[in-house]
Design a protein around this ligand. Structure first.
Ligand SMILES: Nc1ncnc2c1ncn2[C@@H]1O[C@H](COP(=O)(O)OP(=O)(O)OP(=O)(O)O)[C@@H](O)[C@H]1O
Ligand SMILES: [Mg+2]
Length: 203
């Protein structure tokens, strides 16, 4: 938790509509709040390395190295973008964050405890939303662009990890299987509900 701004994270499978919805949400919220939209892997040095050299390469790094790179990017992202925006009191929306590491590297065989340990210095989000879409539907949506992390089997395993965090209350589920507009409306309503009790954020 931070003193000032509010930190909202959007999680979900590849192709679940995170980027689409994060943009719509940021636009709607910016009518009332000073909003900052960002994503992971970040635009920093490590995030750029991940996007350019890891996600679409034939040969993958050892899974531990991948997890450490994502954790390192998160620290850089926190120092350069997240903290400064939150310190200015902004409402920060981040497209993927810690739960992506837990779901993806966790479903590849790493222990969730170890992933949590290497991410222990990362800022805790105030709210994390899981945009839930079936693995069949996301693979349909992703017919053009697939990364190394996107087979049906992987998507199923990743979704299972995400759903465990929905069950224990760490993630808030939003049904992403509807039209863009319907999902956007549900997401906006949920976020407003979450913001209502936050001191200084009542509109
Ligand atoms: N509700 C929706 N219904 C149908 N298609 C959608 C919906 N939301 C997004 N799409 C389409 O699905 C594709 C994936 O959406 P988007 O890029 O937002 O997903 P993402 O979760 O950000 O994916 P990635 O993890 O690969 O970044 C895009 O072509 C987008 O236009
Ligand atoms: Mg995206």
């Amino acid at each position: 938790m931070v003193e000032n701004g509010i930190f909202v994270v959007i999680e979900g499978l590849d192709g679940s509509g995170k980027t689409t919805q994060a943009k719509i949400l940021a636009q709607r919220l910016s009518e009332t709040y000073s909003t900052y939209l960002t994503a992971e892997p970040s635009r920093g040095k490590i995030g750029t390395f991940i996007r350019e050299r890891c996600l679409y390469e034939q040969t993958r790094l050892p899974i531990e190295a991948e997890a450490l790179l994502f954790a390192a990017d998160r620290i850089e992202h926190m120092q350069t973008e997240l903290k400064p925006a939150l310190d200015q009191g902004k409402l920060v929306i981040c497209d993927r964050y810690l739960y992506s590491s837990l779901a993806y590297q966790g479903s590849s065989g790493l222990s969730l405890d170890w992933i949590k340990t290497i991410n222990a210095r990362a800022l805790q989000p105030d709210f994390s939303i899981f945009l839930d879409v079936s693995p069949e539907r996301v693979l349909e949506r992703l017919h053009r662009k697939k990364s190394v992390m996107e087979t049906m089997e992987t998507q199923r395993k990743v979704r299972e990890v995400y759903l465990k965090f929905v069950e224990n209350g760490e993630l808030i589920r939003v049904d992403g299987d509807k039209t863009r507009e319907a999902v956007a409306d549900e997401m906006y309503a949920k976020v407003l509900d979450l913001l209502r009790p936050v001191k200084g954020y009542v509109s």
